[in-house]
Design a binder for this molecule. Structure first.
Ligand SMILES: [Zn+2]
Length: 233
């Protein structure tokens, strides 16, 4: 078997996978980049954004929505950035290839039109709905002898010159839930209800204090706005 190639990965693409919206259905796209001439390394420069919604258990990644992006990347990079495989999500599932994924890799390898004798696939394990758990991405390469290897990716920051001309495509991004700051009184966190009831209590205290003050008739009457109640004479 030939030496295991290194996998170099554009960090921008990896970040897009990490930022995908948490959804209970699979999405996917094409992996674009190139093999180095000596076939010692695979360089993933781009991925095409998801085009259609799959099901909870699968996604068909056809040319629809991806072919156009590929053409753009290929033309802009003078044929340098090309098709090397595809990526998809496993919502709530592990980042390991299913039987369907193995079959898809076999098909990619067999179909000469793809030009991928050794296809690479990326699987992103994405939480189904959870907003806190992170995404895990794994890469698998199918060798010409049919073995499937997991490759560890080394991310890189700056795209090679040939790939920099590929336009930025819009990717769906997860919406982070806005966290409300809980009300704090004397450093204690209070629930909304507690906070509101404290407010009312202050208002009543203030009214009672004011009445006591007026009935007293004499002296200086001060209502302290910071605590909302209290009288000093
Ligand atoms: Zn899969």
């Amino acid at each position: 078997m030939a030496d295991v190639p290194r996998l170099l990965l554009a960090r921008a693409f990896l970040e897009r996978l990490h930022e995908l919206p948490r959804r209970p259905w699979e999405v996917g796209g094409w992996l674009l980049g190139y093999w180095t001439e000596d076939r010692a390394a695979i360089v993933v420069t781009h991925g095409t954004p998801p085009a259609v919604r799959g099901t909870a258990f699968g996604i068909t990644i056809s040319g629809k929505g991806h072919r156009r992006r590929f053409d753009e990347a290929w033309a802009c990079s003078n044929g340098h950035v090309t098709f090397i495989g595809d990526w998809h999500t496993h919502p709530g599932g592990p980042a390991t290839p299913s039987a369907t994924d193995h079959r898809a890799m076999r098909q990619l390898a067999a179909d000469r039109d793809y030009g991928t004798l050794e296809p690479l696939i990326a699987i992103a394990s994405v939480p189904r709905l959870d907003h806190t758990r992170s995404v895990e991405v794994a890469f698998y390469l199918r060798r010409t002898d049919g073995h499937v290897l997991e490759l560890k990716a080394t991310p890189f920051e700056d795209l090679p010159a040939e790939a920099r001309t590929v336009p930025e495509w819009p990717w769906p991004r997860r919406r982070r839930p806005r966290r409300r700051r809980p009300a704090e009184v004397d450093g204690r966190r209070l629930s909304k209800f507690h906070s509101a009831s404290t407010c009312w209590k202050s208002a009543i205290d203030t009214a009672l204090s004011l009445r006591a003050c007026l009935q007293g008739g004499a002296g200086v009457c001060l209502l302290r706005s910071d605590s909302g109640s209290g009288v000093s004479r």
